[in-house]
Design a protein around this ligand. Structure first.
Ligand SMILES: [Fe+2]
Length: 430
């Protein structure tokens, strides 16, 4: 299936085949590695072309809006969303006739630029929150250029930006967390197909969501270790306090107010301050809840270690009733990171379970145990997915029925080689 159902118009090509004059309809990589802020654009800048060559595996081009490759023997590489991955590695797209100019060396300053953006954003949030603590007027307009810069910087080096925010002093936690949540919210909003304006609102909402903490005593907000009941009650006032602070501002998008007030609501109604349930919680607040908790649990605090991304997502999936399941699934897809325990298919057409950290969050160690073409169980083997990439997530229940949780636990504990599933032979996975 093509992006728009028109297989002649949209063509998927390798990133290093991108040429000036092409109209980029879609960039195929996780948002964190996506070097572009806008979803589609005419490729006219040599710098953008170099970025695609360097960091984007594949793009879809729109032949109605821009040029194509000079050789279009592309029948096998047309953009598609085939539910069944190929048994063989996908055929490489043909080389273009026009020689691609040599790759430019990755600009050595990219990490510094991302770091500087993070520093500026954290500084801006710190200044704004300090004003708020003093009861002075809040100038959210000061954050808007930061939102733009972060949108741009995450698009050019999202992984670097988030890595940089992780390295900062834990005393700055609230400010760093605000910038990180804004960044994640922009990424998820973009992943959900929201327009540029909504993405900016998401970024600003993320940066401001915890501003109410400025009216809670700092010794409680920054207290290492467990809070007393009274302290917890004070912390839980921060959404309402922040909402009141922002309410005074003119022209603030109501969705930002809503995120501030409702980012601690839970789908089962056990959140605060209003105990909203399910769809009573707005889409933006549900989006914020996922990003807020993910950043909190993956951050180092003085009283706790940081969870790994795989561990955080696995735990969040376990917290039934907390998050909007569809939003959490979208977030997982948007990060391109699989939780521990997730069933995945490898490029070698084996099924396996994510069991350990790998070289990077997107390349964990997977314990393979099932061969798809042969429909046979295999001796368990831990596979580095940096060499045998994950090509898709799979549903354990689909493949292994009700016995999946038991099988999953056995494989993860390495206590047994799995038995062949009873019904898989009758189910084509196409
Ligand atoms: Fe909060």
């Amino acid at each position: 299936m093509s992006d728009d159902g028109d297989t002649n118009r949209y063509i998927r090509i390798r990133g290093d085949q991108a040429e000036l004059g092409m109209f980029v309809h879609a960039v195929h990589c996780s948002w964190i590695h996506n070097p572009f802020w806008r979803r589609s654009f005419l490729l006219i800048s040599p710098q953008d072309q170099a970025l695609i060559h360097e960091s984007v595996p594949q793009i879809t081009i729109d032949l109605a809006k821009g040029r194509g490759l000079k050789v279009m023997a592309m029948a096998d590489s047309r953009d598609r969303d085939d539910p069944a991955p190929p048994a063989e590695p996908p055929a490489a797209a043909p080389e273009p006739v026009v020689a691609i100019r040599p790759r430019r060396r990755k600009p050595p300053t990219e990490l510094e630029r991302a770091a500087a953006t993070a520093e500026r954003a954290i500084a801006a949030v710190t200044r704004l929150f300090a004003e708020a603590r003093l009861g002075r007027a809040i100038r959210t307009a000061d954050l808007l250029p930061m939102v733009e810069e972060i949108a741009h910087a995450t698009s050019h080096n999202g992984a670097a930006l988030i890595a940089v925010t992780r390295l900062k002093d834990k005393d700055q936690y609230t400010y760093i967390h605000s910038v990180a949540v804004g960044t994640l919210m922009m990424g998820l909003a973009r992943h959900l197909g929201m327009d540029d304006d909504d993405v900016r609102v998401a970024g600003l909402a993320g940066m401001l969501h915890d501003i109410g903490k400025m009216q809670v005593p700092a010794e409680i907000v920054d207290k290492p270790g467990r809070l007393t009941g009274e302290e917890l009650a004070q912390i839980r006032l921060h959404p309402g306090l922040g909402h009141r602070m922002l309410l005074d501002l003119e022209d603030l998008d109501p969705r930002i107010l809503d995120v501030c007030l409702h980012h601690h609501e839970k789908m089962d109604g056990t959140g605060y301050p209003d105990g909203l349930k399910g769809k009573e919680i707005s889409r933006f607040a549900r989006l914020a809840a996922v990003c807020d908790v993910y950043d909190a649990v993956t951050s180092i605090r003085s009283y706790k270690r940081a969870w790994s991304p795989h561990e955080a997502l696995a735990q969040m999936l376990e917290w039934e009733g907390h998050f909007d399941p569809a939003m959490l699934r979208a977030f997982i897809a948007c990060l391109g990171i699989q939780p521990f325990g997730a069933l995945v298919r490898l490029h070698s057409n084996r099924l396996g379970i994510v069991v350990r950290e790998g070289e990077s969050p997107t390349t964990p160690i997977v314990r393979s145990f099932f061969d798809v073409p042969d429909q046979q169980t295999l001796p368990v083997e831990d596979v580095a997915t940096s060499g045998d990439p994950i090509i898709r997530a799979e549903r354990g229940e689909y493949w292994f029925g009700e016995g999946w949780p038991t099988l999953q636990a056995e494989i993860m504990a390495q206590v047994a080689v799995p038995e062949a599933p009873r019904h898989h032979l009758t189910r084509a996975r196409m």
